[in-house]
Design a binder for this molecule. Structure first.
Ligand SMILES: NC(=O)c1ccc[n+]([C@@H]2O[C@H](COP(=O)([O-])OP(=O)(O)OC[C@H]3O[C@@H](n4cnc5c(N)ncnc54)[C@H](O)[C@@H]3O)[C@@H](O)[C@H]2O)c1
Length: 335
């Protein structure tokens, strides 16, 4: 079956790995992808930029003319393919921006819905909506194998912090997705990823590159006070991408509902810093604490039983391997 993929945010962490995993070997699939380089660069897809099966556009999800052009291109190509699949990876993602309700709303909510309506107009078969595990907000873990997709939420609100505006926007996109599927307009689902990281990531404020770059450049790392207690799991972009593809390949799973995608390898932020230091051969690493973030849960542990049962997906890259790749890459960059 020949597939045409339309991918927004294609040079981002999940997007660039999609290019790699879709265009393996003799695949006859084709990708139309765009990104406005808000948080990435063309370098992440350099290995496929000459590939005729991949067409890249420096476009903005919020630019109507550019999106019209993208839609026209999908329409022109789609008759030659058996299936058209939309994957919406474009988003204003990083913690620093979570507080900016207008910025996140425009791209993450309005942009998501515009892209969904475009997919419906062109007659696409499937739409994957990337939501976030941030929607679990203050109750993002339990001792029974992690929070599930249908657990009730306890969300911090504007009384506590503007930070949750990002999560509530993403939560709304899950309703758009469900509505479109329930009304028979398209098949699809939403994904709640937890803490994606990548060896190619260049955004210095995400915790893994932040720790490694701090040790590399300053010989020490300054963490938030929250880090004294906080624990997280980390999902390599190889696995965030393989989860997207596992879902697109499992039609019965595309029922408009939500899937947690995460690992269950929990680590405290302090231990993460110590582990990075050890891997960088730094004995007795200097770790300092400064600042406090409100509305930040101490743990985030997701049950991934639903996606595992329905698609057979499993994460392949453990933290040990993923960190080794990051460190090797970031140190290489410095030399
Ligand atoms: N990274 C995480 O930890 C994480 C966690 C939960 C959910 N998600 C979601 O997963 C999806 C993929 O994110 P990612 O991990 O690849 O992050 P990413 O930041 O690496 O990728 C997002 C991409 O979107 C692009 N983008 C932003 N605004 C755009 C716009 N207006 N037009 C076009 N492109 C735009 C960015 O330049 C970037 O390349 C996003 O929807 C994100 O919200 C990510």
């Amino acid at each position: 079956m020949k597939k045409l993929y339309a991918i927004s945010g294609v040079t981002g962490m999940t997007g660039n790995e999609l290019v790699r995993q879709i265009l393996v070997d003799e695949s006859t699939d084709h990708i139309l992808g765009f990104d406005n380089f808000y948080a990435s660069s063309i370098e992440t897809v350099f290995d496929h930029i000459q590939d005729e099966r991949f067409e890249f556009f420096e476009y903005d999800l919020n630019n109507k003319e550019q999106m019209q052009d993208f839609e026209d291109r999908v329409k022109e190509l789609s008759p030659s393919y058996d299936e058209v699949i939309y994957i919406n990876c474009a988003a204003v993602v990083h913690t620093e921006h979570f507080y900016h309700v207008y910025e996140t709303f425009e791209t993450n909510v309005e942009g998501m819905n515009e892209f969904l309506q475009q997919a419906i107009r062109v007659g696409a078969h499937k739409y994957i909506n990337c939501s976030t595990s941030e929607v679990y907000s203050m109750n993002s873990w339990n001792d029974n194998g992690g929070v599930k997709e249908n657990d009730y939420l306890t969300i911090s609100v504007a009384e506590h912090s503007q930070r949750t505006s990002y999560a509530t926007g993403k939560l709304l996109t899950e309703f758009f997705m469900k509505d479109a599927v329930d009304k028979g307009k398209i098949k699809g689902c939403s994904i709640r990823f937890a803490n994606v990281y990548s060896k190619d990531e260049r955004y210095p404020k995400h915790i893994i590159p932040f720790i490694i770059n701090s040790f590399r450049d300053n010989g020490k790392v300054v963490l938030l006070e929250n880090s004294r207690k906080n624990k997280r799991t980390f999902l390599n972009n190889y696995d965030s991408c393989s989860a997207v593809l596992a879902l697109t390949n499992t039609e019965s799973a595309l029922d408009g509902t939500v899937y947690n995608v995460a690992t269950d390898e929990e680590i405290s932020i302090i231990d993460l810093a110590k582990l990075c230091a050890k891997k960088m051969h730094i004995e007795d690493p200097k770790i300092e604490f400064e600042g406090f973030r409100t509305a930040d849960p101490e743990r985030r542990l997701l049950s991934t039983e639903k996606i595992r049962t329905r698609t057979g997906w499993r994460p392949q890259v453990d933290l040990e391997k993923g960190l080794n790749e990051c460190i090797e890459n970031y140190l290489l960059e410095k030399n």
